[in-house]
Design a protein around this ligand. Structure first.
Ligand code: NAP
Length: 465
């Protein structure tokens, strides 16, 4: 894939970039290793001041940064501005909380004193996706840098300007050279970076195949990884749900970021008692969405990020319809320049069709009917993914069953699945392993060192005369 800015709303190539040469890459890895030697010894107070300046730099430049997202991957501008604000929030959260999350923890044992001590581990490579081009990076970088590690970013090839802008934010904030570097490289060079002795660990947010590849490369090198992969989140609606809120949230949960979110609700599993009403109202609201120019404030759904994604979504829908799925609205790409796809709702979906088994990365919702709560839970869990799940019910017993029985990294009751700097985020099954955010996130890339001290008494026998 070329490293280039190709405007997904027009198809126009705006700028292309050369990949780093091997020797440029080597210089950056050397700088990262050298910077780590001194940066690891900075205090939490020093890092806190730098991270707060990064938050300020983001806030000061949020409209330009949001526009970069819109022209590189088509994010509607309203959501793009909110994304930058959320990045500032995660910087502030870890600036304040890192010292608490990484404070020594005393553990009573037979030693005079024993405790757990957290230390940074070195340069960490982050392989990141284009869909939340700032947020994905900041939710890795803020805890990593606050823990005393240094960061190396291999961003998706279609968002090079966002990648360079992120590096500049950390420079503007005053972080030392080499504390955070963007590596403009293709995925073919990821293996050599992970294999490099100066790189300690890797985190990948992206697709399942990319996750398998990075995990196996790192596994051979015995290097720690965190994987944040795809999802096919269920959104379950039970008879007692508040239907107004459930329908409106369902539309937002499916079409946020033009449907290209790992935690977008993708499979809507609705009790047969309320199915007809939910279907009617959901389809109406999906049809009312405004598809168009991501730079306009009024746009709800922008173009898909690349032509390949548009082709993939179109093929998944067409193949599923040929296998028997029913189109309730949409179902086509728009006849205009750019990668636009109609908000689409499908029902009567055959179990083995692509939209049922695969992640659909576009504004396409699948509706399913559940006769009982057992049915709903079984359908929700009948996927290889396990990222998030949302369930709508006022019944406390049903709520408890969803919390206990849904196979996912998070369960949201009467709300939309969303990340929050204070709460851990991550998946199970093929959605990955490890956690980002909260106190669990900052402890992924640290040495959890056990310290055991036996104070020896100074007595007669120890004295040397
Ligand atoms: P992708 O194709 O897997 O790309 C993600 C990153 O991995 C890019 O930087 C890409 O570089 C790199 N990459 C791709 N193949 C690789 C390989 N074999 N070895 C090493 N690196 C490789 O995913 P995407 O299309 O950008 O993003 C969409 C996917 O990300 C969806 O599945 C979505 O659900 C998932 N996602 C998950 C989360 C989460 O938190 N769980 C969040 C957001 C997105 P190039 O661009 O150069 O190919």
């Amino acid at each position: 894939m070329p490293i280039a800015t190709i405007n997904p709303a027009t198809g126009e190539t705006l700028q292309t970039f050369e990949s780093l040469t091997q020797s440029q890459l080597d210089d950056k890895l050397e700088l990262a290793a050298n910077t780590f030697r001194t940066y690891r010894r900075t205090s939490f107070a020093e890092r806190e001041a730098l991270m707060l300046r990064a938050a300020e730099a983001l806030e000061a430049d949020k409209s330009r940064l949001a526009q970069l997202m819109a022209i590189e991957m088509g994010k509607p501008i309203k959501g793009a501005v909110q994304e930058i604000e959320k990045c500032a929030l995660v910087c502030r959260y870890y600036a304040e909380m890192a010292k608490r999350h990484l404070a020594d923890q005393v553990v009573e044992t037979n030693a005079t004193r024993s405790y757990v001590h957290f230390q940074p581990i070195g340069p960490v490579l982050a392989v990141m996706p284009w869909n939340f081009p700032f947020w994905q990076v900041f939710r890795f970088a803020a805890p990593a840098l606050m823990a005393g590690n240094v960061g190396l970013l291999k961003h998706a090839s279609n968002v090079p300007q966002c990648a360079l802008a992120i590096e500049r934010i950390f420079q503007q904030a005053g972080f030392p050279d080499g504390a955070f570097q963007t590596l403009l490289i293709g995925s073919d060079l990821v293996e050599s970076v992970i294999g490099d002795r100066r790189v300690t660990a890797a985190t990948l947010t992206g697709s399942e195949p990319a996750g398998r590849s990075v995990a196996s490369i790192a596994g051979k090198q015995i290097k720690k990884t965190v994987l944040e992969l795809g999802g096919s989140d269920p959104f379950i609606v039970m008879p007692s749900a508040n239907m107004d809120e459930a329908v409106t949230t369902a539309v937002k949960a499916r079409t946020i970021n033009s449907g290209q979110s790992c935690i977008a609700a993708k499979r809507f599993i609705v009790s047969t008692d309320v199915y007809p009403e939910f279907e009617r109202r959901f389809v109406e609201e999906m049809k009312a969405l405004r598809v168009g120019d991501p730079l306009k404030d009024s746009t709800d759904v922008g173009p898909l990020a690349t032509e390949q994604i548009l082709t993939d979504v179109d093929t998944q829908v067409r193949t599923s319809v040929a296998a028997g799925a029913l189109v309730l609205c949409g179902g086509n790409r728009l006849e205009r320049a750019g990668n636009f796809y109609e908000p689409t709702v499908l029902a009567n979906i055959p179990a083995d069709s692509p939209v049922s088994c695969e992640e659909v990365f576009g504004p396409v919702a699948m509706l399913f009917r559940a006769r009982t709560i057992d049915d709903a839970i079984e359908m929700a869990n009948s996927t290889n993914f396990g990222l998030g799940a949302s369930a709508w019910t006022k019944d406390p017993q049903e709520q408890s069953r969803f919390i206990e029985e849904l196979e996912a990294g998070c369960v949201f009751i009467n709300g939309m699945v969303a990340s929050d700097p204070r709460l851990p985020f991550g998946g199970i099954k093929n959605s990955g392993y490890g956690r980002e955010l909260g106190e669990f996130g900052i402890r992924e890339f640290v040495n959890i060192k056990t310290v055991w001290i036996n104070e020896q008494q100074t007595g007669q026998s120890d004295r040397t005369e």
